[in-house]
Design a protein around this ligand. Structure first.
Ligand SMILES: [Zn+2]
Ligand SMILES: [Zn+2]
Length: 99
């Protein structure tokens, strides 16, 4: 999981960063991760299906391997489920210890 790309390339124009990120997304190297109410983040594309956990205290986003939610159960009768977005919120281990 990468935080905002511009934090890794100080001094680089923001427009250049966005152009490069866009090109990487188009080429399939990066995938955008949309978290509600947050600017888009990017991670390396082609990973297995996974989800994210966002720490409300330090704002770090962690990858969670796999998926255990049975969302087919939630899908209304007659609808065809094609995908889902699940974001977990809470405290990471570091913040949970300090809380
Ligand atoms: Zn935290
Ligand atoms: Zn899933």
């Amino acid at each position: 999981m990468l935080p905002a790309a511009q934090s890794y390339v100080p001094g680089l124009g923001i427009a250049t960063v966005y152009r490069n990120v866009k090109a990487l997304v188009q080429d399939g190297w990066l995938e955008s991760v949309a978290l509600p109410g947050e600017p888009p983040r990017y991670e390396v594309a082609g990973k297995r299906h996974h989800h994210h956990f966002r720490c409300r205290t330090c704002d770090r986003v962690f990858e969670i391997d796999g998926c255990s939610t049975n969302l087919t159960q939630l899908t209304p009768r007659g609808f065809r489920l094609e995908g889902h977005e699940v974001v977990l919120y809470g405290l990471c281990t570091v913040c949970a210890k300090m809380a």
